[in-house]
Design a binder for this molecule. Structure first.
Ligand code: AMP
Ligand code: MG
Length: 496
């Protein structure tokens, strides 16, 4: 197999590319061209991402954009590349992985990297075909924008393009490409790669790049002094804190990632690589959303510990730079307090409580137990509770529990704490912390089924709701309702 290097591009829009990751040099990536797909068409677009990138008005809907963002044409000034990384998959060292189907087009002024996912084979594709299917591309596109709407750090998605070109999964499916956007797609696995290969110079180059670009504060005396002046320990500390914050947000909203391998962990604490993810329907703490995850390693309630395990791998990888094992362990230590504190802060917002911190935190565990015992729909519970506080009518919340007496007992304690709050402010906080709309599996599935039939309006509607998930969106109650019976039969695996 051969990979052609970029040739001079056709005349095209001149975007303000800057060097970014490409400046690291050829130890970090392979330059190559995306592999074209036949007869591309638009499937979905995010106007807010187009604005974020500062794209010229209308360009992201042009024929040139369609071809370029499907990988059929290289934009002037872009030097596409696939990066190399390694990682632990399902707790086991997997060796070299890398961008097997994602191709980085480059970085735009403003610091946004643009990457095509599903744009063809790379030297890191291993047995894969370098493609992504329409269904998984729709899920990634929608969830990126949904997470952003929820205020959760994530890679973004500019658009999806589809093609009649076929790819084989369990059956033949059509191919698609998602244009992803993030300040950086560097993963824990990038560091693990160079550490595992004893490439200390490259490891340092990568760490320096990440610090200078994304964590410059890690060089300040204030940040390095707890670590004997070591900026790499300060980096590890910052990454673990950001990851702890991210886990708190995932847990609070009921998001299951599904494949928290170290190669899917963002060095910036972003949600990255949407595969078999799921937003909880009923609150089942041990819920496993990935049908390929037979032992439930990545079950909902294990995510915070898995993130810590992954940070430990990152610490191991950074050890040649940190030099001292105790310092590396100490840099991870704050995860153990930052995560629970951040999670409690999230739960207090969801409860609309700003006073009496200890008493309000004491409400959380019993509530989660009640939700689990009664298999209460997680999103609907919080939204109904928000409305109940706003309107003083708790019956619709109570109706969600089989064990009403247990709920009444909890409500009594909650009401005592609510009495300390300004009711209107509490309700407002709750309605802006507890989304009405999340990307439930069945909603994604409906959009996918319609899109497979050539109708992208369902996707657009869902996108619009998820972009502003705390708004009421009158007339769209069905999207905020309980999942239908068939939702439980949806099986999402790593196949994508
Ligand atoms: P994921 O489970 O999607 O995070 O992917 C794990 C690794 O497999 C990464 O190196 C991906 O680039 C690679 N990969 C996944 N699917 C494909 C595919 N269809 N073709 C090539 N590489 C793939
Ligand atoms: Mg991945």
């Amino acid at each position: 197999m051969s990979f052609s290097t970029p040739s001079p591009s056709a005349p095209s829009l001149s975007l303000p590319w800057q060097k970014g990751f490409a400046a690291l040099g050829s130890d970090f990536y392979t330059e190559l061209r995306p592999t074209p797909l036949p007869s591309p068409h638009w499937v979905g677009t995010s106007h807010s991402v187009a604005q974020l990138l500062g794209l010229p008005e209308g360009w992201h809907q042009s024929e040139e954009a369609l071809q370029a963002l499907t990988g059929n044409q290289v934009l002037a000034g872009s030097t596409p590349l696939a990066s190399v990384y390694s990682g632990h998959q399902f707790g086991v060292w997997a060796g070299q992985l890398g961008d097997g189907r994602a191709i980085l087009l480059g970085e735009l002024a403003g610091g946004h990297e643009i990457q095509l996912k599903g744009a063809g084979r790379t030297p890191y594709s291993r047995m894969g075909d370098g493609r992504a299917v329409l269904r998984s591309s729709i899920r990634e596109f929608l969830c990126s924008e949904a997470m952003h709407g929820l205020g959760i750090p994530t890679s973004r998605a500019l658009c999806i393009t589809g093609s009649p070109g076929l790819v084989r999964r369990e059956e033949l499916e059509t191919a698609a490409v998602v244009t992803r956007v993030a300040p950086s797609f560097v993963r824990f696995g990038h560091f693990e790669h160079f550490a595992a290969n004893d490439q200390e110079e490259q490891l340092r180059t990568l760490a320096d790049y990440v610090i200078d670009r994304y964590y410059p504060e890690c060089r300040s005396p204030a940040a390095t002094s707890p670590w004997g002046g070591n900026p790499y320990a300060a980096l590890l500390h910052s990454v673990s804190e950001r990851t702890a914050q991210l886990m708190a947000q995932w847990q609070a909203v009921g998001f299951c990632h599904g494949v928290m391998n170290t190669d899917n962990m963002s060095i910036l604490g972003l949600t990255l690589d949407y595969g078999p993810f799921q937003f909880l329907d009923a609150f089942v703490p041990g819920h496993i959303c990935n049908h390929s995850d037979h032992h439930g390693r990545y079950a909902y309630n294990r995510q915070p510990n898995i993130a810590y395990w992954n940070l430990f791998c990152l610490a191991q990888a950074l050890l040649p730079l940190i030099e001292d094992q105790d310092t590396a362990l100490a840099a991870l230590e704050s995860y153990k307090t930052v995560f629970p504190d951040a999670f409690m802060a999230q739960m207090r917002k969801k409860l609309g409580l700003t006073q009496a911190q200890e008493s309000s935190e004491a409400l959380v565990e019993p509530l989660l137990q009640l939700l689990a015992q009664n298999a209460v729909d997680y999103t609907i519970f919080w939204r109904r509770l928000s409305h109940a506080v706003a309107e003083g009518q708790f019956e619709p919340v109570r109706d969600l529990f089989a064990d009403r007496a247990a709920f009444d007992a909890w409500l009594l304690s909650y009401s005592e704490l609510l009495a300390l709050e300004d009711k209107a402010l509490a309700a407002d906080l709750m309605l802006n912390s507890n989304p009405k709309f999340v990307l439930r599996n069945h909603l994604g599935e409906q959009a996918i089924r319609a899109a497979k039939g050539g109708d992208f309006s369902e996707l657009a509607t869902l996108q619009r709701l998820l972009e502003r998930p705390f708004d009421e969106h009158p007339g769209h109650e069905a999207y905020a309702d309980f999942p239908p019976d068939w939702a439980s039969s949806i099986s999402i695996s790593c196949s994508s």
